[in-house]
Design a protein around this ligand. Structure first.
Ligand code: FE2
Ligand code: FE2
Length: 302
């Protein structure tokens, strides 16, 4: 018997002490080289200053704006990322497939086909002890076909509750209504539902009535003098002419967008959610580096 464990001694005061507050940082879609650069240069400082216990990053746009590669996955872990979620760009770069099959800390949307490569949730044991899970779900309004995210999470949660202490859901969707609905659907069942995919941060962060932290979109980590991280001119040309244009990565005004959620380890509910935006003074000129592969010449965002 471990007499140091206050729960075993029944010491009420000590039980309060044993209760942990965990600060979990969620970072919005990292877009291309400028997103990776600001993350690499500043994540360590943010983690130290805000006493972060776990870092969750949506990395679906990390490789040249579309997809993720093994090399960039490994670099994100070196920067201090613990868990990686993906969205509709999950399979855009082929060499991520083996990473998705072999790794527990990265997941593709859970409500894709059960036969698609990759895991439905990402897991990590943080230094303080608890296991944190990140579950990506993908929306179905103005998105490609996918299974019901509601049926999917209902089936997944009983299994996941046996494997993880704290559960975060990344609702990757276009429509605000679909994300807000999922927030209320999961209120009291997970610690946090945060939205990604639109690359535009919303100002509606709150704790829902049963203790789940919620925000419709946590924004984008990349160049903000842009259209969703891409250069303005080709996007405008595409909208005006409907001709295919290379949506190259923008470089100016790099910012890191995300949230910090404080979770009580005993109740597994959220106590606080705060938006963060980090800018640094570095000017950028490079859209792509050797990690990115070929620039993405398709018309596609998010
Ligand atoms: Fe997306
Ligand atoms: Fe995205």
């Amino acid at each position: 018997m471990n007499i140091e464990d206050p729960r075993l001694r029944g010491d009420k005061f000590k039980i309060e002490e044993f209760r942990m507050k965990l600060n979990i940082l969620c970072i919005g879609d990292v877009v291309g080289r400028p997103g990776k650069r600001i993350l690499a240069d500043n994540l360590g400082t943010i983690v130290n200053q805000q006493q972060i216990d776990c870092v969750i990053v949506n990395a679906e746009n990390a490789a040249g704006g579309s997809g993720l590669t093994r090399r960039i996955y490994e670099k994100l872990l070196k920067y201090g990322v613990d868990l990686i979620t993906l969205g509709d760009h999950a399979f855009k770069k082929k060499d991520i497939i083996t990473v998705l099959e072999d790794s527990d800390n990265i997941a593709r949307p859970a409500n894709l086909s059960a036969h698609a490569a990759g895991k439905s949730f990402a897991l990590c044991k943080i230094k303080k002890g608890p296991i944190v899970a990140a579950v990506p779900l993908i929306g179905r309004i103005f998105m490609k076909p996918a299974d019901s995210p509601y049926d999917c999470i209902d089936a997944l949660l009983p299994k996941l509750e046996n494997q993880a202490d704290i559960i975060f859901v990344d609702m990757h969707a276009e429509a605000t209504s679909e994300k807000i609905s999922m927030g209320y659907y999961l209120d009291g069942r997970v610690a946090c539902v945060f939205g990604t995919h639109t690359h535009v941060v919303t100002a509606d962060e709150k704790i829902l009535p049963k203790g789940t932290a919620y925000i419709t979109d946590i924004g984008m980590t990349g160049a903000h003098h842009s259209v969703l991280g891409r250069k303005i001119e080709p996007v405008l040309k595409n909208f005006r002419t409907q001709m295919p244009c290379p949506f190259e990565i923008a470089t100016e005004d790099a910012r890191l967008n995300g949230i910090v959620v404080t979770v009580d380890s005993n109740t597994k509910k959220a106590e606080k959610i705060s938006r963060i935006e980090f800018k640094d003074q570095k000017s950028e000129s490079i859209s792509y580096d050797s990690d990115d592969g070929k620039p993405d010449h398709n018309n596609g965002f998010e």
